[in-house]
Design a protein. Structure first.
Length: 335
């Protein structure tokens, strides 16, 4: 759903009241001017004009909310410009739809939000000084967002799926209902600091070899792990539980894959120290049955169907609209 925070509104209002320095936020070029206002035009969506200043404001706000110090990583500036442009055009298209469908905003929600603003910023001199102007802008934006929320809610609303639809979704997304192969692993870790001297690593390796001999002679793995392992699993006798591929380091996994059940590994040097591993159990990949995942299946179907309906709706609006962006490079990237 479209969700706009109070912080977003505060930035938006300040940008509306106090214009952003165009030299600081220079993001578009080759723009045309609106005949009525003579203001530079960033884009035209049907009969609606998006001014260059509006785009600059939105771009600046996006940078402030997403990136540390408002500066995107080098090389991402064009991607951010595309995102902001698409977002503004999509918003304009949706508001046109709200107007066409005569969607009315919830005045009670707007009044309650305005009261929150007055309460939150009652001690702010800037709020007091510019409250009337800000309230006007805020009321308009709150109304628009409520209209957008209503549009999105109505499009995302999906009927209950049929059994045929669920079974088709299950078969097409079988990977979502498949548990990967897992191994139950136990460990004894003799901790060594990565920066420790060679003598410390040699001592840990010698101790691990000695422990392996002790276990071969009948000592309990779990007892030694509880007393001497520095891994958090020591409290469970070294039992790390069921792990799947990728949860341990490549060196550890390579050694474990070669072990039989209950076989103890040779000492292995890891980043954290020297380890002994034992495989307690192996479970193969398992696909959960349709009946077993039916509740989760319905939730995933509803989510994906809702998302698809919403994306298709917005794409349809784009395909039917007359959209012109007066920056050739940016226009080619978003159309």
């Amino acid at each position: 759903m479209i969700n706009i925070t109070l912080r977003y509104f505060t930035i938006l209002l300040l940008l509306s009241v106090f214009s952003v320095n165009a030299e600081t936020v220079k993001v578009s070029s080759d723009v045309k001017a609106d005949k009525e206002t003579a203001k530079p035009v960033f884009a035209r969506v049907g009969d609606i004009i998006i001014s260059e200043q509006e785009f600059n404001n939105a771009f600046y706000q996006h940078l402030q909310s997403r990136f540390y110090h408002g500066k995107p990583p080098e090389g991402q500036i064009e991607e951010v410009r595309q995102q902001v442009a698409k977002s503004m055009i999509t918003r304009t298209l949706l508001l046109n739809e709200a107007s066409r469908k005569k969607v009315e905003c919830d005045q009670q929600v707007i009044r309650e939000t305005l009261l929150q603003y007055d309460e939150r910023y009652k001690s702010s001199s800037q709020w007091k000084e510019n409250r009337d102007t800000m309230i006007t802008v805020l009321q308009e934006r709150l109304c628009e967002n409520d209209q957008l929320k209503q549009i999105e809610t109505s499009i995302r609303r999906v009927s209950s799926p049929t059994q045929a639809q669920l079974r088709s979704y299950y078969q097409s997304n079988i990977d979502k209902f498949t548990e990967p192969a897992r191994q139950r692993i136990s460990i004894i870790l003799l901790g060594v600091a990565p920066s420790a001297q060679k003598s410390s690593w040699d001592a840990a390796m010698a101790e691990a070899k000695s422990i392996k001999v002790e276990i071969a002679q009948g000592a309990e793995f779990s007892e030694i792990a509880s007393l001497r392992s520095s891994e958090s699993s020591a409290q469970n006798g070294g039992d790390m539980g069921y792990l799947h591929k990728g949860m341990l380091s490549p060196a550890a996994e390579d050694a474990i894959d070669k072990l039989s059940i209950k076989e103890l590994s040779d000492p292995i040097r890891l980043l954290e120290g020297v380890a002994l591993f034992r495989v307690e159990e192996r479970l193969p990949e398992r696909t959960r049955s349709y009946d077993d995942v039916k509740q989760r299946l319905q939730e995933l179907w509803a989510r994906d169907t809702s998302n698809k309906a919403w994306e298709n709706y917005k794409n349809t609006l784009w395909s039917k609209a007359s959209i012109e962006v007066y920056n050739p490079e940016l226009s080619a990237r978003i159309n």
